[in-house]
Design a protein around this ligand. Structure first.
Ligand SMILES: [Zn+2]
Length: 207
């Protein structure tokens, strides 16, 4: 169900050695966790990936009006150590917005890849007063803004002991956060009528 895995930091296709499932080689970033993804997202793929995942698979619950899940990517298999759920829908200020929700173990570099940051972890960006928050599986998760290119906005915090990233295009779609965004972990509850949509432009990092 997966096409060739890519680098979690830049989205380039990896060299993966036969028989090695937990490490790929990026010509820019050296050894990385392979990021797998589906070209077209389906409920059975979501169920299969989240079933044995080591990190949450976050989706908005409820989904904002008119929004759908448009992509799924996961780092490492089996037992994903990072999961990306991409969503798209009407932007709060008009037009179409996209959002990726990332849960990842430290050192993966996936959230930084979407945000456009050079490192693998947010480091000192997390600290001091938070500027936003979401409810992640019923727990308050403070979020901190991170510097990004002008076309997007990114926030990072922590939930379930791993990073939680939220990146939106355009930047103004971060207004979703002003509306009491709640996230559901698909490992804990199947969402049988989760709306699915066509593939997202921003499913892979570095785009
Ligand atoms: Zn790379």
């Amino acid at each position: 169900m997966s096409v060739s895995p890519v680098c979690p930091r830049c989205g380039e296709v990896l060299v993966v050695h036969p028989g090695v499932t937990d490490e790929g080689w990026c010509h820019l970033h050296a050894a990385v966790t392979p990021l797998h993804y589906t070209a077209v997202v389906a409920h059975d793929a979501i169920a299969a990936v989240s079933a044995d995942a080591r990190v949450p698979a976050w989706v908005p619950d409820p989904m904002p009006s008119g929004w759908s899940v448009t992509g799924l990517a996961w780092g490492g298999e089996p037992g994903a150590r990072a999961i990306v759920v991409a969503c798209s829908g009407p932007a709060p200020l008009g037009g179409v917005a996209e959002m990726v929700l990332v849960a990842e173990e430290p050192g993966t570099g996936l959230g930084c890849g979407y945000a456009g940051l050079p490192g693998v972890d947010p480091g000192e960006l997390v600290g001091g007063p938070s500027t936003a928050e979401v409810q992640a599986a019923g727990q308050r998760a403070p979020l901190w803004p991170v510097p990004t290119p002008d076309d997007r906005a990114a926030f990072v915090g922590e939930a379930y002991g791993v990073w939680l990233w939220l990146v939106t295009w355009p930047a103004s779609a971060a207004w979703l956060l002003a509306e009491d965004l709640s996230l559901l972990d698909l490992r804990e509850r199947i969402y049988p009528d989760l709306p699915l949509g066509p593939p997202s432009d921003h499913l892979l990092p570095g785009s």
